[in-house]
Write a protein that binds this ligand. Sequence first.
Ligand code: UVW
Length: 330
Amino acid sequence: MAGMTDFRRVADDVRNWGRWGEHDEIGTLNFITAEKVAEAASLVTRGEVFALGVDFGSSGPQGAFHYRQNPMHVMTVDGGDATTLLEYGPTWLQNPTAVQLSGYSEAGPMRFNDDLIIMPLQAATQWDALSHVYYDDTLYNGFPASSVTSLGARHCGIDKVDVKGITSRGVLLDLVRLRGEAVYCADVDAPIMPAELDAAAAAQGVSVTPGDIVLIRTGWWARFLETGDGAEPGAGLDWTCASWLHDHRVAAVAADNLMVENPVSGVDGTILPMHMLCLRDMGMMFGEYWDLTALAADCAADGTYAFQLVAPPLRVTGGVGSPLNPIAIK
Ligand code: UVW
């Protein structure tokens, strides 16, 4: 097994610090040029839309983790409020909310419902911002890890990437299909290797080109929908895939599992080595919990594995991640 010396050698190889200037906070999204955005749009021929976001609800995969929760959704105004306030009047509650809502209801037939969601930004379909992961006290491009505080990320926050959209050419690499798995790539002792990424692309007749956003299908989300077990391990990318992504000048990578990379570290001495190499050294965002099932079925049916991908995060000020509902359009 590789050790920290190997890890640090690869980190030195793939590090993009300074590549786009000392103030850069968006990393490999810089590979997405205007020409690339136009190329991606030209891939739309049928007008078929695939929503890649999962449900943001209480039955998500976070039950397995103590530091994250599934989204909690509550109603803050509903029809019962209007009915009750009209019946009893605003004064029984003696508060400005009751007076205001009562006034709205008395003004005519218009009624409304409001709601609130409380959730970790890492709970469901998400982008990890570059400030999500660091080591040696340093974020991407050398920004100090101490610049992320309870006030949020001063550097490399998710709000910084809004300049890119994010939209580009998406390429699906279907490892479930390549490996001939029935549902998902279960074996964490068989992480997905760089040669398999090449083999998947070759089998699918697609090339990965600079500025692409690569979507890795491991089948994990399909398995989760069968079992409801968010802690069930499944194979992800081997840490050496960081160099593959670097060499292909990929703009971002997303997968249908909880962490993109293999849950069993291939580096003795650290967990999540690929997170460290991609987010912190390369400046490459990770997308997690993307539902690729329907898109993969369509790609297999029409033999077209490249499409326009539209995947903007929310502009959460200083956020280290964002939920989203990415859209693939063919
Ligand atoms: C960690 O678990 C640290 O990150 P992620 O949610 O990106 O897998």
